[in-house]
Design a protein. Structure first.
Length: 133
């Protein structure tokens, strides 16, 4: 998920789903997954948490590239980011902010963590066909 780092500093925009317009949390994860893995995620964070092609995992099993979910609006799975390792995740946090890295162990995030998801392993048949250059 190195490509996610390319978007540090992109402004938050509600409903945003591009680098040019800005991102909200789920627009950011959707964009990164689609452009780096070819996996199209649902639009909303709660829908991403329920997506059939993502498997629930325990917090202790987190690996870089996993989606991490939080309750930030008094709703389970109301916020999503991408785990990058060492307890940190990258996300589009809120209006007035920019895509940034935060520590999940900080009190605010730790008490709001509601789950994590991992992409199912891809079969060779699921990968896009190579294009000629």
């Amino acid at each position: 998920m190195l490509s996610a780092m390319n978007f540090l500093g992109v402004p938050y925009r509600r409903g945003g789903d591009s680098e040019r317009e800005g991102f909200d949390c789920s627009g950011f994860t959707r964009y990164v997954f689609e452009h780096s893995l070819g996996l199209v995620l649902p639009r909303r964070a709660d829908e991403q948490a329920r997506a059939q092609n993502l498997a629930p995992i325990e917090k202790t099993e987190l690996k870089p590239g996993d989606l991490v979910f939080f309750n930030t609006l008094r709703r389970t799975f109301s916020h999503v980011g991408i785990y990058i390792g060492e307890g940190k995740f990258i996300h589009a946090p809120k209006p007035g902010a920019q895509v940034r890295i935060d520590d999940m162990r900080a009190a605010y995030w730790d008490k709001r963590f509601t789950g994590a998801r991992r992409t199912a392993p891809l079969n060779a048949a699921d990968l896009p066909a190579p294009t000629a250059r």
